[in-house]
Design a protein around this ligand. Structure first.
Ligand code: SF4
Length: 500
């Protein structure tokens, strides 16, 4: 079955579509070499709370400037949509958006009675009211577990509302229980956007390149200028109009292969926009490859060589200086999949010894099917393997266990809530939300300086360690991090009826 099929209302989930997994313990090289042969996921006999696809779908819709979002479900499911309030305020200047439109987030607030009689009437009324109150040019309807379980016909309600109101009403099927891999929520949002918003191209534009990203700073404006192009950022801070004609761009690039895997493939396969056959530019060797691949795709190889030469002349001396200061320090990384691999690239480039990683899930292959998009394979090739490589499904108890044993000189994280565990153990911990901060040659310097700063200024975390209470027992900290993962001692004990 094709990976991309826009005739279906819902996207095929990631574990079925591209065989993604949420549990692994070993080293990075072994994972890379096993990936083409297909991976079998491992279950845990115990887990803490998990991420939900709804929040990832929200992440890709609530920042669309002229849209509105309705969470169709109990009001609690909409709580995670508001986490983007902070992002919205803090990151808009990085993108040069002076006055971001206020977020428009609503919930149908399904009650117990609705789960008996159905929530379709409530949803239809909510769509009408949201359109009236906000004048949004598109309304995204995110489904939740409750709506999925009672079997509301969300597709039909949206179609009828679209006919009545004359604007796209985009159903996004992202119930938390639908997939074990929370990044399926990104795919679900992109699937809805591609079905309802993206239009066939009127022309091909050599001066526009799609950038599928989160909310990182506007580095691509300067990078694309020598190629005579400008970025079309998808989807945070975009508009329904800019999304509609993303089909006309000369190419699509990704800030993170995990994030944009599905939409990159949709734009290529259904709208003819080629996806750059390269993992994002983290580390010197990969940045070289990325600019060369871009030059080749655009037929501007000379421009690419010029950019590479100029940038290297400017930035390499400072990179070497930082490498001299960081060489031999140990680092541990925790992040979502491909961005975690990118952080491991930065460690490799800066001479840090990556002694482990807790990565939230693993995609053995992306929707493009191209090996060149695989950031972990490239990391292993360029800088070597990473031991203690744990695919942890954001299970913080595994992270704490590993950090407590490994005690790296620094922890690099991408998600709030993860750095605190390093800090409580007295480990300098760095969290950078701007995913473009580490990109390109200059990004290596950005990260190197921040890492150095974090490592040298460790008084705070040392004090914190003295005054922190670790909620985990000594018993747990003495076990292996994968104790509860299939193959670990814990799951065997549970299966044998002697669970702890
Ligand atoms: S959609 Fe499901 S998993 Fe997500 S917050 Fe609601 S109930 Fe929880």
């Amino acid at each position: 079955m094709p990976k991309v099929n826009l005739s279906l209302p819902a996207v095929r989930i990631r574990e079925i579509r591209i065989n993604s997994i949420t549990g692994y313990q070993g080293d990075a090289e072994e994972l890379v070499s096993a990936s083409p042969r297909g991976l079998k996921d491992k279950n845990r006999s115990f887990s803490q709370c998990l991420g939900c696809s709804t929040s990832k779908a929200a992440c890709m819709t609530v920042l669309i400037q002229d849209g509105a979002v309705i969470s169709h479900g109990p009001v609690g499911c909409a709580a995670c949509l508001h986490e983007f309030a902070f992002t919205y305020r803090v990151n808009s200047p990085l993108r040069g958006v002076e006055k971001p439109a206020p977020r428009r987030i609503f919930s149908t607030n399904l009650q117990e009675k609705d789960t008996v009689y159905g929530g379709a009437v409530k949803l239809a009324a909510a769509i009408r009211e949201v359109r009236e109150r906000t004048g949004a040019n598109a309304i995204f309807v995110l489904t939740t577990c409750a709506a999925g379980i009672i079997g509301d016909d969300v597709e039909s309600v949206c179609e009828e509302a679209e006919e009545e109101l004359g604007v796209p009403i985009v159903p996004i099927f992202c119930e938390g229980f639908r997939s074990k891999v929370w990044t399926t929520g990104f795919d679900a949002a992109y699937h809805g956007i591609a079905r309802k918003l993206i239009k066939p191209p009127r022309e091909r534009r050599a001066d526009v390149i799609n950038v599928i990203n989160f909310w990182g700073s506007d580095v691509f404006k300067d990078w694309f200028a020598p190629f005579g192009a400008k970025p079309n950022y998808i989807t945070p801070y975009s508009t329904t109009e800019s999304l509609a004609y993303s089909s006309e761009a000369a190419a699509t690039v990704q800030a993170c292969s995990t994030l944009g895997s599905y939409l990159g493939a949709v734009l290529e396969q259904d709208f003819g926009v080629p996806e750059l056959p390269s993992a994002p530019p983290y580390g010197i060797a990969q940045t070289d490859r990325w600019f060369r691949a871009l030059g080749k795709l655009l037929g501007k190889e000379e421009a690419a060589e010029k950019v590479i030469a100029e940038k290297k002349e400017k930035f390499i001396p400072r990179i070497e200086e930082l490498r001299g200061k960081l060489e031999g320090k140990t680092a541990y990384v925790t992040a979502g999949a491909a961005h975690g691999h990118a952080l491991l690239d930065l460690c490799g480039e800066l001479g840090l010894n990556a002694v482990g990683a807790a990565i939230f899930h693993h995609d053995p292959v992306y929707d493009s099917g191209r090996e060149e998009n695989d950031q972990l394979a490239q990391r292993v090739r360029d800088y070597g393997s990473v031991p203690n490589f744990n695919v942890c499904n954001k299970q913080e108890f595994e992270l704490v266990n590993a950090l407590n044993k490994i005690r790296p000189d620094v922890l690099l994280a991408r998600h709030g809530g993860m750095t605190l565990w390093g800090a409580k153990l007295g480990i300098p911990s760095l969290l950078i939300g701007d995913e473009h901060h580490g990109m390109g040659y200059e990004g290596i310097i950005n990260y190197g300086e921040r890492l150095l700063d974090a490592i040298e200024n460790d008084e705070f975390v040392k004090n914190l360690r003295e005054h922190s209470v670790n909620p985990y027992t000594d018993w747990w900290l003495e076990q292996e991090p994968h104790y509860f993962l299939q193959g670990g001692a814990g799951i065997q004990a549970v299966q044998g009826g002697a669970g702890k």
